[in-house]
Design a protein around this ligand. Structure first.
Ligand SMILES: [Zn+2]
Length: 338
């Protein structure tokens, strides 16, 4: 549509000209445009406002959208979003247009995407596609906090990494949409901005589908007087902007605090498990833990929800074993002193 508007000399949205410009998808888009539905009103008005603009203005809008759509293509080069710098009138055209399609496709109704789907397409179909194939592994788990859900396909929220109110032309961009649990989405990310420090540069943030955070961030466990806590740290300190990326991720989802809360739970349940096995000395505990770790490392590959506890167990095994053992054999748990 925006490409068409940038080359059309017409001051109205002309059906014949449009259908010859876009023979494949033009028909269903025009049908929606023509449809006299209340929710389509802002979109129709946006199209009218667009064609009332000068060719130069339309060209500027199209160039900015086409540019922003490529945000995931080469993030290492310091991509800047252009649509956010457009004047207000242009931004409202983009917003009214794209958010209508987002609402129709993924929120309210179903409609046929000719050439893309055999049948009607909606949120449920999108979710079904998403959780088949390589995303099958996360059907029962939130990819951010690694907590289990009974069925992510039905229960998870579709999240926009870059808010749809801020960059509406990415409202349906596949690299800007992903499924996360309602806790991560509503309680933590909510309306927060990915660029929390105000510096808009994609090199400074993790991008969904592009960055595998698990490979780039290591979990450090820290023992404090009363409890253990975790800290997210770069796997490779020399990686450019890695600290900024971790900061951004942490302020969006508050994972350091949330995951630190689990440490006491892991400690107590592990401690009570090993205590029930009545080891005669620390070496027996060590051997049992070694076997458990071996199994846990294999399990964590397919059951990401066990990843954090496995890392915690590795840390105890590697550097806290004596303290863990002495705590375990005490009748009542007191503060660990290492
Ligand atoms: Zn989550």
């Amino acid at each position: 549509m925006f490409e068409f508007a940038s080359v059309s000399k017409s001051t109205v949205f002309d059906k014949t000209e449009w259908l010859s410009f876009s023979p494949v998808n033009g028909k269903w888009i025009y049908e929606l445009y023509e449809k006299d539905a209340e929710n389509g009103k802002p979109m129709r008005q946006a199209v009218e406002r667009l064609f009332a603009m000068s060719m130069e203005e339309r060209e500027t809008i199209y160039t900015a959208i086409a540019h922003d759509m490529k945000f995931a293509e080469d993030p290492a080069n310091g991509f800047q979003f252009e649509s956010i710098g457009l004047e207000k009138g242009a931004q409202s055209v983009i917003s009214d247009f794209f958010l209508y399609f987002y609402n129709v496709v993924l929120c309210s109704a179903h409609f046929a995407l000719q050439g893309l789907t055999k049948d009607k397409f909606g949120r449920a179909d999108f979710a079904q596609e998403y959780f088949s194939g390589k995303n099958k592994k996360i059907k029962y788990i939130c990819p951010v906090c690694l907590q289990t859900t009974t069925n992510a396909e039905r229960e998870d929220d579709i999240e926009h990494y870059f808010a749809k109110a801020w960059i509406p032309c990415l409202a349906l961009h596949p690299y800007n949409l992903y499924f996360i649990c309602p806790v991560c989405n509503e309680r933590y990310k909510s309306m927060k901005r990915v660029f929390h420090d105000g510096i808009i540069d994609v090199r400074r943030v993790f991008l969904p589908y592009i960055d595998t955070i698990r490979d780039r961030v290591k979990i450090d466990f820290i023992h404090e007087e009363e409890k253990d806590r975790i800290s997210l740290a770069p796997a490779d300190e020399s990686e450019t902007y890695i600290n900024e990326k971790i900061d951004s991720f942490n302020q969006l989802f508050d994972l350091e605090n949330r995951w630190s809360g689990f440490m006491e739970y892991y400690f107590e349940t592990r401690s009570s498990l090993y205590k029930s096995l009545d080891f005669s000395d620390i070496d027996e505990l060590k051997e049992e833990m070694r076997r458990d770790l071996k199994k846990a490392a294999c399990l964590a590959v397919n059951r990401p929800e066990t990843y954090l506890e496995t890392k915690y167990l590795e840390w105890i095994y590697g550097s806290q074993l004596k303290a863990f053992y002495s705590n375990m054999v005490q009748k009542d748990r007191n503060t660990v002193v290492i």
